[in-house]
Design a protein around this ligand. Structure first.
Ligand code: MD3
Ligand code: FE
Length: 194
């Protein structure tokens, strides 16, 4: 379910909170098990964070760069994710992980499934901020032709039920200038990982 503009009322609070998180756990280009450096820069907040390195994908309570716990999930983040989940029909969504993706112009995310979480009954809530992106929403097979959706600043998408294991990705980000965030897109993905 797509909730257009749902995050707009608290955009300033979200942007300030992202800045505080990145000051403690800086955005970095992680390396995939295949040895490629991701074009998207990532950090996390919450009890656990998603990481990849040449050894594989995993959730880790600590930031491998600092060996310290990830920054706590700000109350503004938790509240927004839970409210969006309710609006999409998922009661009592309590995320324990929030992956924060930063796209510069040209950055992309190839088609993948999110399968590193324990409980696929919980939805994933994603918040788009900054430059617009073309989101690719495929089916349960990699070969299913993806549909394209334009996600703009403030839009929230909730992915649950049959969509939870759909292949998805993001087309290379077009250059532009966003009033609050400049030449970038930031995406928050809230998950129940454990
Ligand atoms: C559909 N991020 O971090 S968010 C990811 O815009 C990721 O940064 C993209 O895919 C981004 O894993 C897309 C939307 C999203 C997240 C998880 C999904 C869509 C999803 C899981 C299942 C189906
Ligand atoms: Fe994903």
């Amino acid at each position: 379910m797509l909730l257009r503009g749902f995050a707009k009322p608290i955009e300033s609070e979200l942007i300030a909170d992202i800045g505080a998180i990145a000051a403690q756990a800086p955005f970095r280009h992680m390396v995939t098990p295949g040895g490629h450096s991701m074009s998207v820069a990532m950090t996390n907040c919450g009890r656990i964070g998603w990481v990849t390195d040449p050894g594989g994908y995993r959730y880790d309570a600590n930031d491998p760069e600092s060996a310290k716990p990830w920054p706590a999930m700000p109350p503004s983040f938790c509240r927004l994710a839970a409210q969006a989940a309710v609006a999409a029909g998922f009661a009592s969504f309590m995320p324990d992980a929030c992956l924060i993706n930063r796209y510069a112009p040209g950055a992309r995310m190839s088609l993948h499934q999110d399968k590193d979480e324990l409980d696929f009954a919980a939805p994933i809530v994603s918040v788009s901020l900054g430059l617009p992106a073309i989101f690719l929403f495929g089916g349960l097979k990699r070969s299913d032709k993806p549909r394209r959706f334009r996600l703009e600043h403030g839009d929230i998408a909730v992915w649950g039920g049959p969509a939870r294991l759909a292949f998805h990705g993001v087309a290379p980000l077009a250059d532009g200038e966003h009033a609050q965030l400049g030449r970038q897109r930031i995406n928050l993905t809230f998950r129940r990982a454990r």
